[in-house]
Design a protein. Structure first.
Length: 277
């Protein structure tokens, strides 16, 4: 196979293929393998990183605002798209709560998003949208843009670790998002596979089982403390990545790390650096 210059990324003094696979001979003595001895003892045995997605990997709020404004310009809609994005995301937790209480059967996130969207239509004056337009707009969640550090950081982390999603998003949503955003996952795992939602323990246990790993060999990476604490309670290692702009410029949620977290990093590139990559 012939590789062109654009197939490689320059990371410090190291060249890594843009596919996320390192050049032959990368993992030899004196390289990143040896760095594991300098890692904190609790994370030395980690073989896989599982990532929360909404807010941790992708910027859902800005993506919805951008697509909402485009839709509004085409349909002449006068909508506060920031408020709309917050309300759409805000309905997510209560909708999952209805499933947990047995008020609704198991429902994948695509369908919960559509249920919430339908409730917002009269509130935000979207009645003139056609069914086809509503279907397409609901799929904005499949097209969310990654944070600026996400693809580069994941590419570096994939040199050593198995990378997987571990999101409440359904498999089709996460797969389409990865394709659209260029996210270099090794595997797409979803709460859908456990027929439950995080932070239900069964979701984390199912992920470790499907990866063929013990919980302590898996590190959960997230911007949300509740997600990490639930994973840590089961033996997962944890990495906290604060995303100050997830809920907009006035966000005050999930900005302080908990002492229970094993690593705290500014972003995915910083996480890779802390792990010697």
């Amino acid at each position: 196979m012939i590789y062109r210059r654009r197939d490689f990324l320059r990371l410090g003094t190291t060249t890594v293929m843009a596919t996320g696979m390192p050049p032959r001979g990368w993992l030899r003595a004196g390289s990143v393998q040896d760095f594991s001895e300098r890692l904190p003892e609790r994370v030395r045995g980690v073989r896989a990183l599982t990532f929360d997605v909404f807010g941790t990997v992708v910027d859902w709020r800005s993506s919805i605002i951008r697509e909402g404004r485009d839709l509004g310009a085409r349909k002449r809609l006068n909508v506060d798209w920031g408020a709309f994005a917050d309300r759409w995301r805000g309905g997510y937790g209560p909708a999952m709560g209805r499933v947990r209480r047995g008020e609704l059967p198991w429902t994948k996130i695509d369908d919960l998003h559509r249920m919430i969207l339908d409730e917002l239509v009269p509130e935000f004056g979207l009645e003139n949208l056609t069914e086809a337009e509503l279907v397409e707009f609901n799929y904005v969640w499949h097209r969310l843009s990654p944070w600026p550090d996400a693809v580069l950081g994941l590419t570096r982390l994939r040199v050593r670790y198995i990378l997987s999603t571990l999101s409440n998003g359904n498999v089709a949503l996460l797969t389409n998002m990865a394709k659209a955003a260029g996210l270099p996952w090794d595997v797409v795992l979803s709460a859908e596979l456990a027929q439950a939602y995080k932070p239900d323990p069964v979701v984390y246990r199912k992920a470790a089982d499907l990866l063929g790993l013990a919980p302590e060999q898996v590190m959960m990476v997230a911007a949300h403390g509740g997600d990490l604490r639930a994973a840590a309670a089961l033996g997962f290692r944890t990495a906290f990545i604060p995303r100050p702009l997830e809920y907009g410029p006035d966000n005050k949620r999930d900005l302080r790390p908990d002492p229970v977290f094993d690593l705290v990093a500014d972003d995915f590139v910083d996480l890779a650096a802390q792990l010697g990559l």
